[in-house]
Design a binder for this molecule. Structure first.
Ligand code: RP5
Length: 159
């Protein structure tokens, strides 16, 4: 099955964060296509990726970047495939710069912005799965099972 979820990141250094999105989608048996695409260092690659996203069969794009995190917004500017933005924790400002760069999109060009760091990447994966599950009953069942298993792991009392 070809991947309907693209996961892109601005740098190799984002991978430790963005792998959380891949891992949760692996658990849900959702294939992903993972790439490094930088708004600043590889702008032509970014534009090509964004402009061909729909014809390449992607239904959701997860884009993670840190610092001056323009990647999710610049991809969203060039495609109507939904973009989920993950602010990667930056060395200088702990990801607050990434968060504000991604979240403050002008009206008309949406990016669904998640939390800073690994929680954001995991939730971007879960949200991508939930979007796909609207048209995929088997995936909806797997997602419900995943959530039920998460609930079952929570102890009543601390050990
Ligand atoms: C951004 O700059 C990347 O998304 C990364 O989070 C940040 C730092 O990149 P490196 O200098 O570590 O490659 O474009």
């Amino acid at each position: 099955m070809s991947a309907k979820v693209a996961i892109v990141m601005g740098s190799q250094s984002d991978w430790d964060t963005m792998r959380c999105a891949v891992e949760v989608l692996d658990e849900l048996d959702v294939p992903t296509d993972v790439r490094i695409v930088s708004a600043h260092r590889t702008p032509d690659r970014m534009a090509e990726f964004a402009r061909t996203a729909e014809e390449n069969g992607f239904h959701v794009i997860i884009a993670g970047a840190g610092g001056a995190a323009h990647l999710p917004g610049m991809i969203a500017a060039q495609t109507h495939v939904p973009v989920l933005g993950v602010p990667v924790k930056s060395r200088a400002l702990n990801g607050q710069d990434s968060l504000l760069s991604i979240v403050q999109m002008p009206a008309g060009v949406p990016v669904g912005t998640l939390a800073i760091g690994e929680a954001g990447a995991t939730n971007a994966g879960l949200l991508a799965a939930a979007i796909l599950a609207n048209g995929d009953a088997d995936l909806a069942t797997r997602l419900k099972d995943w959530r039920a298993a998460q609930t079952a792991r929570v102890a009543e009392r601390p050990e």
